[in-house]
Design a protein around this ligand. Sequence first.
Ligand SMILES: O=P(O)(O)OC[C@H]1O[C@H](O[C@H]2O[C@H](CO)[C@@H](O)[C@H](O)[C@H]2O)[C@H](O)[C@@H](O)[C@@H]1O
Length: 526
Amino acid sequence: MLGIDDVDMFKGISFKFQALGQLLAENPVYRGSIVLVQIMNLPRSQGNDTQEVQREINEVATEINRKYGKPGYEPIVCVNGPVSFQDKVAYLAISETVVVNAVRDGMNLVPYKYTVARQGSPDLDKALGLEGSAPPRKSVIIVSEFIGCSPSLSGAIRVNPWDINQVSEAMFLGIGMPDSEKELRHEKHYKYVTSHDVAYWGRSFNQDLERACTEHYRKRCWGIGFGLKSRVVALGPDFRKLSVEHIVSAYNITNSRLILLDYDGTMMPQDRVDKTPKDEVLSVLNSLCNDPKNLVFIVSGRGKDSLGKWFSPCERLGLSAEHGYFTRWTKSSDWESCGLTMEFDWRKIALPVMEHYTEATDGSWIEQKESALVWHHQDAGHDFGSWQAKELLDHLENVLANDPVVVKRGQHIVEVNPQGVSKGGVVENLIETMRSAGKPPDFVLCIGDDRSDEDMFDCIASSVANHSLPNTAQVFACTVGQKPSMAKYYLNDTFEVIKMLEGLSEASAHKLPKSSHNQVSFEGFL
Ligand SMILES: O=P(O)(O)OC[C@H]1O[C@H](O[C@H]2O[C@H](CO)[C@@H](O)[C@H](O)[C@H]2O)[C@H](O)[C@@H](O)[C@@H]1O
């Protein structure tokens, strides 16, 4: 076995020695045959800490050699640098295993150099006396999970360098590994190293740079917010504030309007504790619903019971709950479920993971909806909650990789939804229903603040592109707050949203003949 490291406190050299000690303690059969050659490059600095590391390394090596060595055999051979390039190549080429056990490091090229050296060359074969009969190439890499090259070494045995047991087991595994497996692992690494050469990295870096520059010139940067909340966002040149005059004039000339409104963060401020809609909200929704040219839907991630209760004063309002898992066309109609066949076995996997994060994150909690599971962290510490949410998202994506679900972040939430259920699907269905009824929408207003609402904007953009909407349709996809979004328009907050909707309802009120207040519901119309 071989190690090549600088002598510094991050390289985990003494941990590596301790792991070898444990291996020899547990497997006396290896005493006399296993040798770890540790090449120690000269330290790059000469501080007290380096001397301390050197002292510790020597102590551990001496102790292990005393315990498990015998005349003519030392399990640990330290080669103090500098060691010439040729000598290093020679060591690399003949070592069965390389161990890179740093607790922190940059890229660390030792495993790549080892792979190339083990692949050899005709000259090396000649030097090793293998000319003409070169056997298949094989190698074993034991690598710390905390160093830059680790993710690119898919055939390596990855270890936590702090865990002496694990490193020792990895050595045991490497030593006993069948040659055929060593060959396969070697082949993987060699392919990677030879295809990801300097020219490859140069090209991909250049491509990234070009992509970033294109975006940079296409977008405009804005400084937004104050104090700790200030940030710079890059926004498309067409992204602009939704002007009430503009939308009202489009509204006035159209006859089949689809109005889609998210709830939390759009109609209801995120920070309000009582989520019941205010009277002014119910009133504006009712007057929009009263215009026979309008189909108005609340499209929310909320459950059907809350939405049903909150919007009970709105007879003609359509509700889409749990991101479209449930739909109710009017107050008097029944809730319909989305019709997809669902299996919910994934809950048994997702729930314990969420519970684990809830336990570890004070203030967080789990919401169990009929179709989805949601982990909330609004009341947890701001930074810690966001950090945990990122971790949880990764964790859930990993454990649910083979399940029919989508894991998403929202405002202070991580949500697991069944695949195929999204707000985008709701929009698609509504447009299709209006088209089938001979009333394709010539006006679409869609407002939302969150990532799940981006699915609606995406669907609207596709409907324009594939002509599901008439060419002349007036389309207003609007996000709440200035931030990168697929929407072309923004309004700053829920207050502006309600004001704008009031503008539309006034426009309706001016046009409506008095008798229209007795019109039929959209359920009948569609
Ligand atoms: O689609 P929306 O109408 O925007 O609903 C999305 C989620 O709303 C609810 O969560 C939100 O309110 C919580 C307080 O009641 C708050 O803690 C959280 O941060 C908000 O995202 C709801 O509980 C979720 O199930 C919805 O998906």
